[in-house]
Design a protein around this ligand. Sequence first.
Ligand code: IPE
Ligand code: IPE
Ligand code: MG
Length: 244
Amino acid sequence: MATDEQKVTPGTGPRHVACIMDGNGRWATSRGRPRLFGHHMGARRVKEIVRACPDHGVKYLTIFAFSTENWKRTQSEVAGLMKLFRRYIQREARDLLAEGVRVRFIGDRVRLDDKLVRLMDELELLTSRNDRVHLTIALNYGGRDELGRATKRLAAEVAAGRLSPADVDETTLARFLDTHFLPDPDLVIRTSGEARISNFLLWQSAYAEYEFIDTLWPDFTKAEFARVLGGFGARDRRFGAVTA
Ligand code: IPE
Ligand code: IPE
Ligand code: MG
């Protein structure tokens, strides 16, 4: 839904940008390096992009780090990614705190290992008073999985008699989603030339603008980020209405 908080003045930049950080594997392979090397270089870009957000009025940045489908990869790639996530949190926590970044995670934590979940919880708590940039990391996230989990919780409320089926509408469902604390994304950027959304923020992106760019994520600089954000202002977002 486009909430009041969500609406952007025409000609201005997006408040909430979501990124499908794709192309790490191809970036590494084309250099004769293991795919994990690409993931490491991709993680470095995250810092650059997060830091650039305040300069462009981007208050919310949501990044797709690991999908519910990514478990299909080799055991070694999955294990390497999980280790990278743990190390990323351990290494970046201090800077994120100091730079005013509030970090939150979306996705199903049940399948993640205990150590990683503990680090995620700690980082959320540590940065919970920050408000300069809201960074949301989608980890073991899938839009359909999220809707399934939300529906299950909603149904349990109905079964317990705390919610009436007659009162269930879009707003109710949105409250049960992992993203209940976020406005909808204004702009979704996918790198690496693939023009698909791969199960990312299905509900939330109903009225997002999309940018599919050829650059592989490890090559995605803050200059290119600025260029993409600049193009957003020219778009006529009608939300189904007719503009004068
Ligand atoms: C995106 O890069 C990162 C994750 C999905 C974890 P990929 O690993 O999908 O890179 P490509 O698409 O194989 O190049
Ligand atoms: C989407 O990229 C998931 C992340 C960026 C974390 P994928 O590389 O997994 O998506 P597909 O397989 O190309 O659709
Ligand atoms: Mg990919």
